[in-house]
Design a protein around this ligand. Sequence first.
Ligand SMILES: Nc1ncnc2c1ncn2[C@@H]1O[C@H](COP(=O)(O)OP(=O)(O)OP(=O)(O)O)[C@@H](O)[C@H]1O
Ligand SMILES: [Mg+2]
Length: 307
Amino acid sequence: MAYAVQTEKLTKTFGDIVAVDGLDLRVDRGEIYGFLGPNGAGKTTTIRMLCGILEPTAGRGRVLGYDVVGQAEEIKKRIGYMSQKFSLYEDLTVAENVDFYASIYGLTGSLKDERAEEIYRTAGLAGRTGQLAGTLSGGQKQRLALGCALVHRPELLFLDEPTAGVDPASRRDFWGLLYELAAAGTTILVTTHYMDEAEHCNRLGFIYGGKLIAEGRPDALKAAAAAEVYKITPASVGDAYAALLRGLPGATVSILGNNVHVSGPGVDEAALARVLADAGVAYAVLERAAPNLEDLFVMFIGKEGRS
Ligand SMILES: Nc1ncnc2c1ncn2[C@@H]1O[C@H](COP(=O)(O)OP(=O)(O)OP(=O)(O)O)[C@@H](O)[C@H]1O
Ligand SMILES: [Mg+2]
């Protein structure tokens, strides 16, 4: 059984909306796979199908060797799922939440107590077991939710934006826990909108419009983008954007805050300077930029559009 996750033309439609569109995904055992894409790309829908809680419209998927349609119960026993929106009961205490998840997986007696203690310890919540989950800080909630998703020692963990809204230090701690799990053999599929987190994955897949449009190791993807992305800080972002779109047909131009990012064939420092000078657009900075997630999205989406 080679892959932890393997799909063939996995598809989900909601009425006219094609949320997941013929997705072929392969995740190796023991790897941390970053599943990236803009809002509405189909990440959550894919994960819900892989967890066996949403039936595909077409195509097939196997998780840990089990079919997502016919063997959903086998899958649910062996995976952990931290959903994007809801995973803790805010009006239950820390201990009651752990108890609830433990009972779902049939843990009882001393085994249940041991696992609970372990969760409190790794989540830094020993001494807070009587506190209502709703009153925990964002970072504490994430760590408790992770602990609950792990209570039955799953082989495969689906994490849907597990660190959204959590501060950088807490995110680092959280990723420390993920590394330990991966080192112990747990396969992890994680979605994130943070570049620093994406860089911690073994492999990244970009999904857009329900399709996988790029895949590879983070350093390889970044190197491909770094060769092309330029960052300009102009006096007027709007003027620079318009001038670059007109002056460099075929380039990918996007506005990110006070900057304009440009990439694509024929784009270099000289060409950019010439186009901006011709259009009379003043700028403070023009430099090759370290690509961020938006740059990668924009670049891959641009390539998808051209092909
Ligand atoms: N139950 C549903 N009924 C109708 N449309 C749905 C349903 N669930 C998802 N969709 C649509 O499917 C598409 C993909 O949604 P999905 O939640 O999978 O995206 P996502 O990649 O997880 O986005 P985000 O980054 O915002 O979480 C969206 O257009 C969404 O509106
Ligand atoms: Mg989502």
